[in-house]
Design a protein around this ligand. Structure first.
Ligand code: GCB
Length: 598
C-alpha cells in the first residue's frame, strides 16, 4: 500500500466499467471459492472446466466474461450482466434505482497489456473509493483499502498477463461504527469509485514521492527538497532543477532511500506564491531513469500572535467552506465542476476556502494553487469518533498521511485540520488529538495545524475552553449564533485572549431556501440568512483574535438528516443553492470581503 504516492503520468482506466450490487454480501464467498485456495492463493481451474460432479465449474472467467452469460449459464453474478458505469462516478447517481443503496458493489473492467507504455514496474492507482475497497487482478487478490477520500495503489508487475487483464473491485459504502467518519454525518454517503483509476509504470528504482519546503530569511529563500526512492538504490545521481530560476542541484542520498538537497535563492529573484500573485515554478526531480515534473509555489505560512502570515505579511482569511458535491454527480467532480466552484469562490472575493469535511479531489488543490486561494484541508474525524480504539487511531493516521503526502507540494494548502466538532470534555479525545497534531507536524511542519472546535458560554462571555488550543497553530471555531441559538451578533461576546492563538470562524451561518422571501425574522428565508451574515461579520471583523472566517457553506448539499419542508434532503445553509442560484447572503458576504477594511 502507498507504494506510489506521487500522482504522475499514467494510463487512465476511467470510462466504462461493469458493476453489480451485492446487497446480501453473497458473492464474496462464491468468489473466494474459485479465486483463492485456503492460503489466499489463486486456485487452479479444473482442466476440463467441470467440477467433481461433472457440472461446469465456476471459474474466475465465469463471473466476468461476456461469453459466460449465455442461456445455460449457471452464474447468477456475472459482472457483464451488470450495469455499465462510466467511472469515476458516485454509483448511485448513475443508476437511479440504487440511489440510496449502501453496501457492496462489484466493479470490473478489462484492459490490454499492450495499451500502455510499460516500464519495469507497474502500479494500479485509485484516486478514491468510498468507503472500503478490495481489489483483484486476474483473480489474484492485490489488497484492500479503507477510507473514502484518499488515493491508494498496488503494485501489479507480477500479476500482469499478456493480452487481456481483468480488474475486479469490491466497493463497500456501508457506514461503520468504527470507521472514519463513523455512521452519522451531516452529508450524503456517496458510494463509488469516485476518482480516477490509473496504471502507472515506472523504472525498477523510482521516485515514490518528493517534497519541496520553503522558508524565508531576510534576503533569501531557503528551499529544502526531499525525495523518496522505491526499489534498490542504484547509486544513480539524483537532481532537482527549477529551470526558471536557474537552479540545478544534486540530491544527496542518506543511504536509506531518501535523497535531499538544500539551497538558497536570492529573494529578489523569486516571485513568492501568495493569494495576490500565485506564481508557480516548474520543479524537475530526477533519479536514474526516473523523472517527475510539477508546478510548485514557493512561500512561507506562519502565525504571529493572533495573525496568520503568508510570506511574513498578515492575511485575513476571507473564506468559505464547501463540500465536494455536484448536482447529479455526487462526489465525482469533473474539471468543469471544479472551475465553477472556483468561479463562485472568486466572485465572493475569497482568498481562502475550507474543503470540508474530508479530502477533496486533488484537482481542487491544484486549481487553488493556480487561483491563489489558500486552503484548509481535513480528514473526516467528525463528531463521535471512538478515539480510544487503537485500530481507529491507525486508520486516522493513515488518512492524515495519505492526504498530506498527496498535497504537500501544493502552495495553496495552508492548514491541515485534524478534527471537526469533537467533544472537548472527552479525556481520551484530549489525549489522542494532540498526538495526531504531532503526527501531522512530523510529516509536514511547514503548515499550520488546526481543528474545528466549540466555544462555551460562561459568565465571562463566550470563551474558548478547549484544551486542544495549546496544540494547535490556529483554532477553528464552529458557532451558529443566530441560527441554532442566540443572536448572530452574540459573536461579539467572544472573549479575546491577548496574544492568543489565531481563531478562524470555521463555520457559521443558517438555512435559507433559495427564492423563499419574507422578513428578516422569518426562518428559512433568504432575508433571515442574510441577517445572520451581517451579525456574524460584525463580530468577526471587530475581534482581533479572529484571523478569518469560512462560513457554512458555499452551496446547498445533500444531507439525509435534513428533511423538513424547506430542506427535503438538503442542508440549505449554502449561499448558493445546489443549482448555483445565489441567495442574498452571497452578496452580503461579497460586500464584506471586498471592503477596504480587511
Ligand atoms: C456543523 C457541522 C457541519 C454541519 C453544520 C450544520 O457544525 O460541522 O457538518 O453540516 O454544522 O449545518 O449544522
Amino acid at each position: 500500500m502507498q507504494l506510489l504516492e506521487y500522482p504522475r503520468d499514467s494510463h487512465s482506466l476511467d470510462g466504462t466499467w461493469q458493476a453489480i450490487p451485492d446487497q446480501y454480501e453473497m458473492f464474496r464467498d462464491y468468489f473466494d471459492d474459485f479465486v483463492e485456495d485456503d492460503d489466499g492463493e489463486s486456485a487452479a481451474l479444473p482442466d476440463d472446466g467441470n467440477d467433481e460432479e461433472g457440472q461446469p465449474a465456476l471459474s474466475f472467467e465465469s463471473i466476468y466474461e461476456p461469453s459466460a452469460s449465455g442461456d445455460d449459464d449457471i452464474t447468477d453474478f456475472n459482472i457483464y450482466d451488470g450495469y455499465s458505469v462510466d467511472l469515476p462516478a458516485s454509483w448511485g447517481e448513475e443508476i437511479p434505482e440504487f440511489r440510496h443503496f449502501e453496501g457492496w458493489v462489484w466493479f470490473a473492467r478489462t484492459f490490454d497489456r499492450a495499451e500502455f507504455d510499460e516500464d519495469d514496474r507497474t502500479f494500479l492507482r485509485f484516486g478514491a473509493v468510498n468507503y472500503k475497497a478490495e481489489v483483484w487482478l486476474n483473480g489474484e487478490r492485490l489488497g484492500d483499502h479503507e477510507g473514502g477520500y484518499t488515493p491508494f495503489s498496488f503494485e501489479i508487475t507480477d500479476e500482469l498477463e499478456d493480452g487481456e487483464n481483468v480488474i475486479v473491485v469490491r466497493m463497500d459504502n456501508s457506514r461503520y461504527e468504527d470507521g472514519i467518519p463513523n455512521e452519522s454525518t451531516d452529508w450524503y454517503n456517496f458510494g463509488g469509485i469516485n476518482r480516477s483509476v490509473d496504471l502507472v509504470s515506472v523504472p525498477e528504482s523510482h521516485l515514490r514521492n518528493f517534497k519541496v519546503e520553503t522558508s524565508l530569511a531576510d534576503d533569501s529563500v531557503n528551499v529544502q527538497v526531499d525525495a523518496w526512492i522505491d526499489g534498490p538504490e542504484t547509486g544513480a545521481d539524483g537532481s532537482v532543477a527549477l529551470p526558471e530560476l536557474g537552479v540545478d542541484e544534486p540530491l544527496a542520498s542518506d543511504g536509506d532511500g531518501r535523497l535531499s538537497a538544500e539551497f538558497t535563492i536570492d529573494r529578489d529573484d523569486v516571485t513568492l506564491w501568495s493569494p495576490e500573485s500565485p506564481r508557480l515554478y516548474d520543479v524537475e526531480v530526477t533519479y536514474g531513469e526516473d523523472a517527475i515534473t510539477d508546478r510548485v509555489g514557493l512561500r512561507e505560512i506562519d502565525v504571529q500572535g493572533s495573525d496568520v502570515l503568508v510570506n511574513g505579511e498578515t492575511v485575513w482569511l476571507r473564506g468559505i467552506a464547501l463540500h465536494e458535491e455536484a448536482a447529479g454527480k455526487g462526489r465525482a467532480l469533473d474539471t468543469e465542476d471544479v472551475q465553477t466552484r472556483f468561479q463562485w469562490i472568486n466572485e465572493l472575493g475569497c482568498n481562502f476556502a475550507r474543503l470540508a469535511h474530508y479530502p477533496h479531489t486533488e484537482e481542487m488543490a491544484r486549481t487553488a494553487d493556480e487561483e491563489g486561494i489558500l486552503l484548509w484541508e481535513e480528514v473526516p474525524a467528525y463528531w463521535d469518533i471512538n478515539f480510544g480504539d487503537e485500530e481507529i487511531q491507525e486508520l486516522y493516521r493513515q488518512q492524515l498521511r495519505e492526504l498530506i503526502q498527496r498535497d504537500w507540494n501544493r502552495a495553496s494548502v495552508a492548514l491541515w485540520s485534524i478534527a471537526n466538532e469533537t467533544d472537548h470534555n472527552d479525556e481520551t479525545r484530549n489525549e489522542v488529538l494532540p498526538e495526531m497534531a504531532d503526527y501531522v507536524r512530523d510529516l509536514d511542519d511547514t503548515r499550520l495545524v488546526t481543528a474545528a472546535c466549540f466555544v462555551d458560554e460562561t459568565d465571562d462571555g463566550i470563551v474558548l475552553q478547549d484544551p486542544l488550543e495549546e496544540h494547535l497553530d490556529v483554532v477553528g471555531v464552529n458557532e451558529y449564533y443566530g441560527w441554532y441559538y442566540g443572536d448572530a451578533d452574540d459573536l461579539q461576546g467572544l472573549q479575546e485572549e491577548s496574544d492568543g492563538t489565531p481563531i478562524v470562524i470555521s463555520e457559521t451561518g443558517g438555512g435559507a431556501k433559495w427564492g423563499n422571501h419574507g422578513s428578516e425574522e422569518d426562518r428559512w428565508t433568504e432575508e433571515f440568512q442574510a441577517e445572520i451574515y451581517r451579525g456574524q461579520i460584525e463580530g468577526a471583523s471587530t475581534n482581533d483574535q479572529i484571523a478569518g472566517m469560512s462560513p457554512w457553506i458555499l452551496f446547498d448539499f445533500r444531507a439525509p438528516m435534513r428533511q423538513n419542508e424547506y430542506q427535503r434532503g438538503y442542508n440549505r445553509k449554502g449561499v448558493v443553492d445546489q443549482h448555483g442560484r445565489k441567495k442574498q447572503a452571497f452578496h452580503v458576504l461579497r460586500e464584506f470581503y471586498e471592503s477596504e477594511e480587511l
